[in-house]
Write a protein that binds this ligand. Structure first.
Ligand SMILES: [Zn+2]
Length: 207
């Protein structure tokens, strides 16, 4: 898909990351942009952590050494490099994928970490480039849960009705209203955050 093509997916979910890439010898800095529709966040604990801990882990500066060194056009050789990502375009709806499926050597496992995430006012300001800060506060609008392990499992969803402001659980053919207190769960696998209140779509009349 080219950058000019627009769909409801790109309009709602597409954002942009900006990577600053600094040579640690000459301190020359280059920048690279990358579009995303989903951010895959590492989980820094096996037992319990917060979404902010996962975000800090994703956006922290990474130092590339040894085999991962990057070519510096000023030094004209590969050098140790510091890479840091920040959000240069925040989408209307941010999708976070919690990386629960983990490979340690030859062992695959599912992390069952209890990740605490806010239902309202998720602050992404620290991760957005200062000149692009427009929609700093995000509210949770949906959760996809995963039950089971790597070989088999079951998905369910929690979605917020934007008109009634109540939460519903979708489990195959079973749909039920749930209290807000049930939305925080250790089975969360995908989190959807919206930066604007949804409104009832207005039917456009052709004149
Ligand atoms: Zn250099």
């Amino acid at each position: 898909m080219t950058a000019n093509e627009s769909s409801i997916i790109t309009r709602l979910f597409e954002g942009q990351l900006n990577y600053s890439i600094m040579c640690l010898k000459c301190e020359n800095c280059t920048y690279k942009n990358e579009v995303f529709t989903i951010l895959s966040l590492p989980i820094p604990s096996e037992y319990e952590c917060s979404l902010q801990d996962c975000l800090q882990c994703f956006f922290q500066q990474d130092t590339l050494t040894w085999n991962n060194q990057i070519y510096c056009s000023f030094c004209e050789t590969k050098q140790e490099t510091a890479v840091r990502a920040s959000i240069s375009k925040a989408p209307k709806i941010m999708i976070f994928h919690l990386k629960r499926f983990d490979i340690l050597g030859t062992t695959k496992r599912k992390l069952r970490t209890d990740i605490h995430y806010p239902l309202t006012n998720l602050d992404l300001t620290p991760y957005i480039c200062p000149i692009f800060r427009k929609h700093p506060k995000y509210n949770l609008c949906a959760v996809v849960n995963h039950f089971g392990d790597l070989d088999g499992g079951h998905y369910t969803a929690f979605c917020k009705n934007s008109v009634t402001q109540t939460w519903f659980s979708f489990d195959d053919t079973r749909v039920s209203e749930i209290p807000e207190t049930s939305v925080q769960t250790a089975t969360a696998y995908l989190l959807f955050y919206s930066c604007q209140p949804f409104s009832i779509p207005i039917q456009k009349c052709k004149s």
